[in-house]
Every structure is written in C-alpha cells, then in structure tokens.
Design a protein around this ligand. Structure first.
Ligand SMILES: [Zn+2]
Length: 302
C-alpha cells in the first residue's frame, strides 16, 4: 500500500468539486441492538462494535476507550471527523443490507478511500481500487495519477491504456501530470508514443500499399495515396485508440478530390478497401497489449 498518506491528496488541488449532497443517511443504520453510535456531520449511525472491530483495528482501539458521551439509551457515542456521506458509504460496504455505493465520481471515491485507509479497512480499500479502475475510461489521466500516488500499478496500467484515446499533446499540457514523478511521467509518454508507433506500423502493414483496385485507372497517381497514408499514420500516432480504422469518410474525401473517374470513385470500391481497416484495428489492439509500462515501487515515490 502507498506510503503517501491519502490525507495529502486534496480535492481542491485536483480542481474538483466536493462530493454529493447530504441525504437522510442515518436511517438505514439505526439498529435496535446497536452497541455504538458513530456521529459524523450531525448524523448518528447506530451500529455494532463487533462488526466494525472485526474489520478495522482502528475502530477496535477507538471502542476500548471509555466515553462520557452516550445516547438516551446509554449507547456510547464516537464523534468522527469524516462527513456523514463518507461514513454512510463506508458502512454501506460493511453492511450487507445496503448496496455498495456507486461512487462513480472521483471526488466521492477519493473521500471514501481516504477514510478506508485511515481506518485500515483493507477489504473496502480493495473494492475502492476496483471502483477507481472503472473510472479509468472516463478520466484516464486523473486515474493514472491517483493510481501512481496510491501505488496501484495495475490500475495505473489500465488508465495508461485509456490515455491512448487522448491526443499525445494532451499529455504534454495537462495539469494532472504535473503531480507525477518525472520518471513515471516519462514512462507514460514513452508508452503512448510506442503505442502510436504500433498503430502506424499496423497501417503500413495492412493498408500501406497502393490498392490494387485503383490500378489501371486513368487517374492513377500514387502521390495522393502516399500523402493520405502519412496523414492517417500521423493521426493514429497521436491517439491510437481514438481512431475508427474502418471509417471510410477520410478515404472517400481523398478519392473525391483525386479520382475524377466514376468507376474508381465508387463507395463500394472504397468500402472494399476499408474492409482491411478491420485488420488494422485488430493489429493495433494486439500490438498495444504487448506494450507494457514497467513500474517499480520507487517510480511512484521518486
Ligand atoms: Zn478510374
């Protein structure tokens, strides 16, 4: 687990808004046989010492201290510094009658992760890592940075894969990457660039040659094809996973400008050429999965 305390990662420095609005959160956690009350953000959660102690050594220690503050029923009250939403989310992971919280926004996830690590709720942390990984497609750079800061290399790899949908130049100007150690940032850039080369090579290998379909045409001139190929490769190098390799539009446009002859400027013919785009797509996917970012622990905390 990460050596960097979660408390050092602050929502405000990530430029993101605080979590969801407060709901009536205490209601599902008001058990008649409660043995402890967790008070957070003005909400009382009447829960069980035994359940919390069995999963968290921190709670266990907390509960051994004697409490002056008790409820009318004489149940000891523990004041927590977390928000009621965070405690609700944590308890939802621990009690089976409530579904796991969705946590589909990173600020909420971050708040709960911080608390889960503080109370050493290992199983909850593992579930939160899964949640973080699910956010990778939505916000790959932020998830990459968080995964690196928290020391979760597998999540970082998933997030790195999703950065291939972003333009390479985004990686150069993004605020988020300034939070990465230089070594890790360099690895991300090298990874992105290697994957771009894979895509470019896949185009060369599969649709790089002047299509036989055009041969013998009166308008036959290979220069436009070469120029079209370099532009296509350049685009794929920039964001190799954000390209539809079977899209006929770009080729159609090129054909319209360069082939006046109707026989060779036909949608059916263009379609038959771009059928090979499926092979490119496959080759890119296979090739990219062979490119790996090799992390070692010291990268994260350099
Ligand atoms: Zn022709």
């Amino acid at each position: 687990m990460s050596d960097i305390p979660i408390s050092e990662i602050d929502n405000s420095t990530l430029g993101i808004e605080p979590g969801r609005s407060q709901l009536d959160l205490g209601e599902p956690f008001s058990f008649n046989d409660a043995s402890i009350i967790l008070r957070a953000g003005g909400v009382d959660f009447a829960v069980h010492k035994s359940i919390l102690s069995s999963v968290s050594p921190i709670f266990k220690d907390m509960f051994t201290l004697s409490r002056d503050d008790t409820s009318q029923e004489g149940i000891p009250i523990v004041e927590l510094e977390e928000s009621s939403q965070v405690i609700y989310d944590l308890l939802s992971f621990l009690y089976m009658h409530i579904n796991d919280p969705a946590l589909d926004d990173i600020p909420s996830l971050l708040n709960v992760m911080r608390a889960a690590q503080k109370y050493e709720l290992t199983k909850v942390v593992l579930k939160l890592i899964d949640h973080l990984e699910k956010q990778a497609s939505k916000d790959p750079l932020l998830v990459f940075v968080l995964a690196c800061q928290w020391g979760f290399p597998d999540v970082a790899r998933t997030a790195a894969l999703h950065t291939l949908k972003l333009n390479f130049s985004t990686l150069l100007v993004s605020e988020e990457v300034t939070r990465l150690p230089t070594k890790t940032y360099q690895k991300l850039l090298v990874y992105h660039s290697k994957c771009g080369q894979v895509a470019s090579q896949a185009i060369q290998d599969n649709i790089g040659h002047y299509p036989t379909q055009f041969r013998g045409c009166a308008d036959d001139q290979k220069e436009w094809w070469t120029a079209y190929q370099s532009r296509l490769k350049e685009e794929c190098r920039m964001h190799p996973l954000e390209v539809d390799y079977t899209n006929t539009e770009m080729l159609q446009h090129q054909c319209r400008s360069n082939l006046r002859c109707r026989q060779h400027n036909s949608p059916a013919l263009i379609h038959s050429i771009m059928e090979r785009g499926k092979k490119v797509q496959k080759a890119v996917e296979v090739g990219i999965h062979k490119v790996q970012i090799e992390f070692d622990v010291t990268d994260f905390f350099a």
